[in-house]
Design a protein around this ligand. Structure first.
Ligand code: 3NM
Ligand code: MG
Length: 508
């Protein structure tokens, strides 16, 4: 295979691992499916094969990659790469030095090097080895490779990109470690220094361990393309199947809401975890397909530290958070904590009633009129406040009420997108924690949607909730039977094709 080093496409870089391919599937088929569906470059990484078997595997794999005109790189083993005339090699920091590797493989082959920090990056830039690209990792924690080096997160990657930008901007790079279709878009977007970004994402388990490598590749590629082409982000949103995807939602919520929120979450197909033990937050934040429902309703002096810890863990791992600032305007201390929450964290969604949202907006410098009176604002004034808060926090704002109003602060548009949802039933206001439990429903949706579809996901979650409320209300004698009927309706609606008949959704 002849390669033009100037046109190598690093966007979806597959690193193989034969040990995690599902038992009933074949390693070569798995890689071929990935190639058929858009993997742009492949690295054969074998940690437990002797030389003969390694060469044999490399030769077979090379036959396949050549069919798709995709370069094959060999991890660590120059001898194997030379034996089969692979297109290149990749060496880690603990492997052969880049200069030696370059000398052995010649000038024309692709040479990639792993860098874990700014020092490594600086060395790679100064190296005489003519390194073609850097693998920057580990972005997040991963179970694929033993974690001996610190996790970089987008912050650490940015610093490395800065070194690259200032030292050798023509050098290509990919990020690696714990990337999957849920976090790739947002991560690639955050991993920028000025306009300078990485050239792609490298993945192992999200494709190699998949039971459907074709679909996994398509979805991963789509998430990557979304990052490089924001326009596209506005396009295809598909209503997620919560029942099938079984996302995990970690609730830090108030004492009143715990039981009901967990039941509602299970009813729609999610899996709730209620934990306030901050030592285990980093563990939850590392689970893919997860989210945090952060409800500060019954806070105590001890909870502030716990909130901060949760926010920073989930933010570091790019896991979506919904923030529900219950009664945040009630007292001065609460207003201060709400302010701290906004300054300290990034949220996918912020949800509250009019009083809460207005208080939050006011505490965070959004100017508004009429709030001190009796919140007698018209739709235009409300949308104005929500829009300002949305843009300021770069979050989707969900304001609940008789008519729910949702405003998008994530996708940059001339005017933030707005959606009004009406329907539901008055009995929804006669049970406790119905708003808090909605937070958990939104959280389950966020867990299985791209960050760029937060607005759509929030709309669908709110509408589903209202529809179930309406249907339950029709059959209920009062709040007691409503509780049961509501849970049943959520359960049923979530198991049918998504179609709402009694809820009115108006998008502006
Ligand atoms: N190198 P997954 S992380 C091979 O940090 C490798 O340099 C890493 O696997 C580094 O996509 C990693 O399954 C494994 O998380 C990445
Ligand atoms: Mg290595």
């Amino acid at each position: 295979l002849t390669i033009d080093k100037n046109t190598i496409d690093y966007s979806l870089y597959l690193v193989t691992n034969s040990e995690i391919v599902p038992e009933s599937l074949d390693f070569y088929d798995q890689v071929e499916k990935a190639l058929q569906n858009g993997v742009t470059i492949v690295q054969l990484r074998e940690k437990n094969l002797d030389t003969d078997h390694f060469i044999d595997r490399a030769r077979k794999l090379h036959q396949i990659t050549k069919k798709y005109n995709v370069p094959l790189l060999i991890n660590d083993r120059i001898d194997v790469a030379l034996a089969i005339d692979a297109e290149g090699v990749h060496v880690g920091q603990d492997d052969m030095a880049a200069e030696e590797a370059r000398e052995k493989i010649g000038q024309d082959k692709i040479l990639g090097v792993t860098v874990n920090n700014e020092r490594d990056a600086m060395a790679a830039i100064k190296s005489t080895a003519r390194i073609d690209y850097l693998g920057i990792g580990s972005a997040y924690s991963t179970t694929t490779k033993e974690m001996t080096k610190p996790i970089l997160g987008p912050g650490g990657i940015k610093k490395i990109l800065e070194v690259l930008h200032d030292g050798k901007p023509e050098m290509k790079s990919v990020i690696i470690g714990g990337l999957n279709k849920y976090n790739i878009t947002r991560t690639l977007n955050e991993c920028r220094y000025k306009d300078f970004c990485t050239n792609g994402a490298a993945v192992v388990s999200c494709i190699m361990a998949s039971h459907d490598a074709s679909l996994a590749t398509k979805e991963t590629l789509r998430s990557i393309n979304l990052a490089y082409d924001n326009e596209e982000a506005l396009h295809p949103y598909k209503h997620p199947n919560i029942v099938q995807e079984k996302p995990l939602t970690h609730f830090i919520t108030n004492a009143v809401a715990k039981y009901f929120s967990a039941n509602v979450c299970i009813a729609i197909g999610g899996s709730p975890i209620m934990s306030e033990l901050s030592e285990e937050f980093s563990f939850f934040a590392k689970i893919s397909k997860g989210s945090l429902c952060m409800n500060t309703g019954t806070m105590s002096n001890a909870s502030i530290h716990m909130y901060k810890k949760a926010i920073s863990e989930y933010n570091a791992h790019m896991v979506p958070i919904i923030y529900d600032p219950v009664a945040c305007g009630a007292t001065q201390p609460r207003r201060e904590i709400a302010k701290m929450m906004i300054e300290h964290g990034r949220y996918s969604v912020i949800k509250g009633n009019m009083a809460e949202i207005c208080s939050l907006a006011g505490a965070n410098g959004v100017t508004m009129r009429g709030v001190d009176s009796d919140l007698n604002l018209n739709d235009l004034e409300i949308v104005d406040i929500l829009s300002k808060l949305a843009v300021k926090t770069q979050a989707v704002i969900v304001m609940t009420g008789k008519k729910d109003i949702i405003v998008d602060g994530i996708i940059p548009t001339k005017k933030p997108r707005v959606c009004f949802i009406s329907g539901g039933h008055e009995l929804m206001g006669k049970i406790t924690a119905s708003g808090c439990a909605l937070g958990g429903v939104i959280a389950s949706y966020l867990a299985v949607c791209s960050y760029f579809h937060t607005f759509e996901a929030a709309i669908d979650a709110v509408a589903l909730y209202k529809e179930a409320g309406y249907l339950a209300g029709q059959q209920s004698k009062g709040p007691g039977t409503f509780l049961a009927n509501f849970t049943d309706e959520l359960y049923e609606l979530s198991r049918k094709p998504y179609r709402l008949l009694s809820t009115n959704i108006i998008r502006e």
